[in-house]
Design a protein around this ligand. Structure first.
Ligand code: 17E
Ligand code: FE2
Length: 385
């Protein structure tokens, strides 16, 4: 609840008519270099992460900076229309041409008037397991990536997974970058790179700048291990991003029945006072065939999948796609409705968080740096006799 101080009305005032006024939605984890490539040249038939990586590896052969730019711009238009103004995108750098990164760096400047972009140097096929992987990561950071990524659960061995994490943390510290690692995106309960990432962050005092994405294996850890792990997670101060629609689709694929959800312990992290938020991950790519830029759809699914539909959860549900995500992205004073901060805000067609998610409310107005960048008329239904 925010306090309203009455001011004299002006001619060009916007009357929000008791609707919710909130800071813009944040998309903290998406792969803009892969959007709208599903089925090119082949569809992911098994629905696994691993087939997704293999299909993308085929498509990657024809990636150019311009192809990346065109698809990313189309996805950014969808995000804009859904009230998103802050985006962190992973860009695959396991490609000696680094064409996708070149394309995205151009896009970042081109779209600055509608969206703030953070670019993650993401080693899709591994840092240690891909030829020249370490060099590509360094080049990507020198070209202008803001965030250092990783994929330890995909490296060939456990040892390589561990060394990839120490390498990427060292790289991030040296260049003053943030960190966002695809970490334990698997149902394998033995995948425990999260403890390595959290301890590296704790020792270096970098927790606030570090994010663990996915952490699906945590959904399969036993409670005794998780109890011990949570103490480290809390002390490290790292952030978490869950992609519930993506994980419910890609995980559980090696189970028969009962089938695991493959989603991290979102409610438990939240209850423990650890920062956690939701993200879309994909729009029509080799991993996930649906998606449309609407982050409220992901919130809706996430609340279901994570058993977070208690009244109190619903009443603060927008935190998981606004404030919590802004904190993971280290947006600081560039985010939030307060004097002295950028005039970025949304008018949502609902009166509170609960109604926003229940009705899948639409964004009616998106304002950025004081300018209206998107406006929508509420839906009209008629019933001709
Ligand atoms: N790459 C990956 O490793 N995991 C994902 N969920 C996507 C791309 C979308
Ligand atoms: Fe991802």
């Amino acid at each position: 609840v925010r306090q309203n101080t009455p001011v004299a009305p002006a001619a060009d005032d916007i009357d929000a008519q008791q609707r919710l006024v909130i800071p813009p939605f944040v998309e903290p984890h998406i792969h803009l270099d892969c959007v709208m490539t599903a089925g090119q040249p082949e569809w992911n038939m098994s629905g696994t992460l691993f087939e997704g990586i293999a299909r993308w590896s085929q498509r990657k052969k024809t990636v150019t900076a311009e192809d990346t730019r065109q698809r990313a711009l189309a996805a950014i238009a969808m995000l804009r229309d859904n009230g998103v103004q802050h985006v962190r995108t992973h860009i695959d750098v396991t490609d000696p041409s680094l064409a996708a990164l070149e394309g995205m760096l151009a896009v970042k400047a081109e779209v600055a008037h509608i969206i703030d972009l953070q670019i993650v140097a993401f080693p899709q096929e591994g840092i240690e397991s891909f030829p020249g992987g370490r060099e590509l990561m360094v080049r990507a950071v020198e070209m202008g990536a803001d965030v250092v990524g990783g994929i330890p659960h995909f490296e060939n061995t456990r040892d390589q997974g561990v060394s990839s994490v120490t390498f990427l943390m060292e790289l991030a510290e040296r260049y003053g970058c943030m960190v966002d690692v695809h970490c334990d995106e698997t149902d394998d309960p033995q995948s425990r790179f999260l403890e390595v990432l959290a301890e590296e962050a704790r020792v270096r005092g970098m927790g606030a700048k570090v994010t663990a994405s996915h952490t699906c294996a945590m959904g399969s850890y036993d409670n005794a291990y998780c109890y011990k792990l949570f103490r480290l997670l809390k002390n490290s101060g790292i952030n978490f991003i869950s992609c519930p629609t993506e994980s419910i689709h890609l995980q559980g694929r090696f189970d028969t029945w009962p089938k695991r959800r493959g989603v991290t312990r979102v409610a438990e992290l939240d209850r423990a006072g650890i920062n956690v938020c939701f993200a879309q991950d994909s729009i029509q790519d080799p991993w996930y065939p649906l998606g449309n830029g609407n982050i409220l759809r992901v919130l809706d699914a996430g609340l279901h999948i994570c058993h977070m539909m208690g009244y109190e959860d619903l009443q603060r549900s927008l935190d998981f796609i606004t404030d919590n995500s802004a904190r993971a992205l280290c947006l600081g004073d560039n985010y939030g409705i307060a004097e002295g901060r950028p005039a970025n805000l949304l008018i949502l067609d609902a009166e509170n968080d609960y109604e926003a998610v229940r009705r899948q409310a639409k964004v009616l107005t998106s304002i950025r740096h004081g300018n209206i960048i998107m406006q929508r008329q509420p839906e009209q239904i008629s019933y001709p006799a």
